[in-house]
Design a protein around this ligand. Structure first.
Ligand SMILES: C[S@@+](CC[C@H](N)C(=O)[O-])C[C@H]1O[C@@H](n2cnc3c(N)ncnc32)[C@H](O)[C@@H]1O
Length: 258
């Protein structure tokens, strides 16, 4: 990933978030480290859909600073494995939650085929150019029949959008086709469930305020803020929307029917 604004947003801000949480306290960690705009209601929908339970080996691809995986470990007792290409985000997930993190691109996951019970990929797909490659790699590491939870932002038309740098939003049709061609059966989909409660969003705001107080004058801060503003404008004008998807990994021909 070489787009400067994306490095600012996903690397610099992840490191700043970990610093701010360490100052404010650990109860800020999970809300602040959920950077794919997942609310607890969205995470709960995905976790229930995927039937996560104690001991599930959950792979989180593009895990960022680790908030969603830490939430799933805390609430459902899963054993998460995080894959994330940004070094500062990897360090943040490890510092904040002590989770196992592999610094890698989601298109080349250093895990054995069929070695994980379930996977999540939250707010990542639109930031990736080779979406088919990423999905095919997630399919490879999942056991046949395993659940895949996806939080994806879709475009409402084929028109070109004034998107955040490096972001390409698939249409619903493109997303459904991509999933199918990558070996997934889409079982259920919903738009973003209820917004986060104030007790959650206030913690996010406090962490954001601490980051602003310390880094407002940094170039990376301005770049990351511009990314966020562009995304908010697209949501506000209803040009994009957030979708939660539960899909199942179909067995390949070699794996046979299950
Ligand atoms: C919007 S953030 C979401 C982070 C996290 N999933 C969450 O919900 O808090 C998008 C993440 O995708 C990661 N990402 C971008 N390209 C990727 C790729 N090719 N493979 C894996 N992750 C990628 C970014 O580094 C970033 O951490």
């Amino acid at each position: 990933m070489t787009v400067a604004a994306m490095v600012a947003e996903f690397d610099d801000v992840a490191g700043w978030t970990a610093d701010a949480v360490e100052e404010l306290g650990i109860r800020y960690a999970i809300p602040a480290a959920c950077r794919g705009s997942a609310s607890p209601a969205a995470l709960a929908w995905l976790a229930e859909a995927c039937e996560l339970s104690a001991g599930t080996r959950l792979l989180d691809v593009g895990a960022g600073a680790g908030g969603p995986a830490a939430w799933a470990a805390e609430r459902f007792g899963v054993r998460p494995i995080l894959v994330e290409p940004m070094q500062a985000a990897c360090r943040a997930a490890s510092r904040l939650f002590g989770l196992p993190v592999v610094a890698a691109d989601g298109a080349r996951i250093p895990l054995l085929s069929g070695s994980v019970d379930a996977a999540w990929c939250l707010g990542v797909l639109d930031t990736v150019e080779d979406k088919a490659g990423l999905l095919a790699e997630i399919h490879r590491v999942l056991t046949p029949g395993a659940s895949f939870g996806l939080l994806a932002v879709v475009a409402h038309s084929n028109e070109s959008l004034w998107a955040p740098d490096g972001n390409h939003f698939p249409t619903q049709h493109e997303l459904s086709t991509l999933l199918d061609r990558s070996g997934f059966t889409l079982l259920e989909q919903t738009s973003r469930p209820k917004a986060a409660p104030l007790s959650w969003s206030r913690r996010v705001e406090q962490v954001n305020a601490a980051i602003a107080a310390r880094h407002r004058s940094a170039h990376a801060y301005a770049l990351a803020a511009r990314q966020g503003e562009r995304l908010s404008r697209l949501f506000a004008s209803d040009q994009i929307s957030m979708q939660l998807i539960h899909a199942i990994s179909r067995p390949t021909a070699e794996q046979g029917p299950r």
